[in-house]
Design a protein around this ligand. Structure first.
Ligand code: XMP
Length: 503
């Protein structure tokens, strides 16, 4: 059982995911019968146990929208000004699948040159023209590729050549996606503006998105059918204002982001959040021991984030000599927190679907991923090539580059500017900056992760995450420790060369 592996060791050995292997169980159910729905906090349920990390190379609105559409949740990072972070949350809450709610608009006074600039820099054609050039103002027309084809003079005003309002097909606000798609098909146009009763532009639908405008049956939504989203804050006094701005923006869960969560600063801010914003669930952390967990549970945490110094970009264990091997950390904290009904998010160190399955079978309710998601289309930043490989940048929030943008507060709890002998002026990095390989879109990657986890649970003979938790303690799930040679044997070996495609 989990107890045999994790608790019967007087030498205090802690294990990583790679140290462990699960024994196969008996299969008497189909792959698609495996239910991996879960809770990320006491009050928030998800169809999939996947959370994207609050890092500035991982989760902004686009990632959070797609994580929620696919059935997980994204936590918006806090290397933003308070207002900008709240604006990212609003983008997620306002998101309507298939509807572009912040299209680039121009006014009739703009010129051909402006149209070409938008086309060249953003790649859009089919630009709505509104009275003042903004969303929410009266719709006066559209400029499409065709309208500009024969115009040579760059200074000609849009009003001279746009397709006017009278010639446009539009949809009325409140239209559902299916109806809108029908109107778009019938109109044979590239774009369908959606207007309110005052004929003001409220959204745009693009023909090129038609394929993508399918349903997302697993989407994580609140009672108002808006997508769920989380956001990170720190533990400094001004983070209380940040939390208030996020609450106004409609955030569903706040993650209090510290690398060592068992501090008075964190306890106080968790208590404050629960008192001032009781409607928002709070995930506290990070912790790796039951005694750390106890302090945060007593402060009112609705979920705990587990992991210290084991992330792919972390140097905390090397720099600070503190942390814990992740499988042991997850097992011990999850077992303890289960007594209080507090779910665990296993944060960091996930490199494969096998690791996710092991985290969940060690008692985690969800996994939080950084490097696994940083190379997807939905992560911030552009792809670039290095040695012929397509990459995206990925950096630790404790790297020097990220800390200068604000994330220092995750690692340093007080303002140390005034301390003695100049030492305070030295920033100590606890992370590195690098790059990860292109993973394509979450629309394909998340289903791959989901099916990988289902295969793992099926092989272990458990039909749901609920059952996995019980099985951890009753012996149905059995782990063994792998020797270094066994770990080598469990990976690809003995080939001269090979190709690894994930799906
Ligand atoms: P993965 O392995 O998924 O880890 O890339 C992501 C998690 O790592 C943590 N994190 C850091 N830890 N120094 C650290 O010690 C850092 O610079 C750093 N940046 C992120 C964080 O918990 C994240 O979710």
């Amino acid at each position: 059982t989990g107890k045999d592996v994790f608790c019967n060791n007087k030498a205090c050995v802690a294990y990583t995911y790679d140290d462990l292997i699960m024994m196969p169980g008996h299969i008497n159910f189909g792959l698609n019968d495996v239910d991996i729905s879960t809770k990320v906090t006491k009050n928030i349920s998800l169809k999939l146990p996947f959370v994207s990390s609050p890092m500035d190379t991982v989760t902004e609105a686009k990632m959070a929208i797609h994580m929620a559409l696919m059935g997980g949740i994204g936590i918006i990072h806090s290397n933003f000004s308070m207002a900008d972070q709240a604006a990212e949350v609003i983008k997620v809450k306002k998101f309507k699948n298939g509807f572009i709610t912040d299209p680039v608009c121009l006014s009739p006074q703009h010129t051909v040159a402006d149209v070409l600039r938008v086309k060249q820099t953003l790649g859009y054609s089919g630009i709505p023209i509104t009275q003042d050039g903004n969303m929410g103002s009266k719709l006066l027309g559209i400029v499409s590729n065709r309208d500009t084809t024969f115009v040579d003079d760059m200074s000609i005003k849009i009003r001279e050549f746009m397709t006017p309002r009278a010639a446009l097909s539009v949809a009325k606000e409140g239209v559902d996606l299916e109806e809108a798609n029908e109107i778009l098909k019938a109109s044979k146009k590239g774009k369908l503006p959606v207007v309110n009763e005052n004929d003001e532009l409220v959204a745009l639908i693009a023909r090129t998105d038609l394929q993508k405008n399918r349903d997302f049956p697993l989407a994580s939504k609140d009672a108002n059918k808006q997508l769920l989203v989380g956001a990170a804050i720190g533990t400094r006094p001004d983070d209380r204002d940040r939390a208030a701005a996020l609450a106004d923006a409609g955030v569903d869960v706040i993650v209090v982001d510290s690398s060592q969560g068992d501090s008075l600063f964190q306890i106080e801010i968790v208590q404050h959040l629960k008192e001032k914003h009781p409607q928002i669930d709070v995930i506290a952390g990070n912790v790796v021991t039951p005694s750390q967990a106890l302090h945060l549970i007593q402060a009112g945490a609705d979920g705990l984030r587990v992991g210290m110094g084991i992330g792919s970009i972390c140097t905390t264990q090397e720099v600070c000599a503190v942390g814990r091997a992740q499988a042991s950390a997850v097992y011990h904290v999850a077992k303890f927190a289960a007594k209080y009904g507090v779910p665990i998010v296993a944060d960091g160190g996930i490199k494969s679907t096998g690791h996710i399955t092991k985290a969940l079978c060690c008692g985690a309710s969800c996994v939080m991923m950084g490097s696994m998601l940083a190379g997807t289309d939905e992560a911030p930043g552009e792809y670039f090539y290095q040695d012929g490989v397509r990459l995206k940048r990925y950096r630790g929030m404790g790297s020097l580059e990220a800390m200068t943008k604000g994330s220092e507060k995750r690692y340093v709890w007080e303002d140390t500017k005034a301390s003695a002998c100049g030492a305070a002026a030295v920033k100590v990095a606890q992370g590195v900056s690098g790059a990860v390989q292109d993973k394509g879109t979450l629309r394909r990657y998340i289903p791959y992760l989901m099916q990988g986890v289902r295969h793992g649970l099926q092989d272990a003979g458990v039909k749901s995450l609920e059952e996995a938790k019980e099985s951890l303690y009753n012996g149905k799930i059995r782990f063994e420790i792998r020797s270094p040679a066994a770990q080598k044997e469990g990976g690809v070996h003995g080939l001269h060369s090979y190709q690894k495609r994930l799906y």
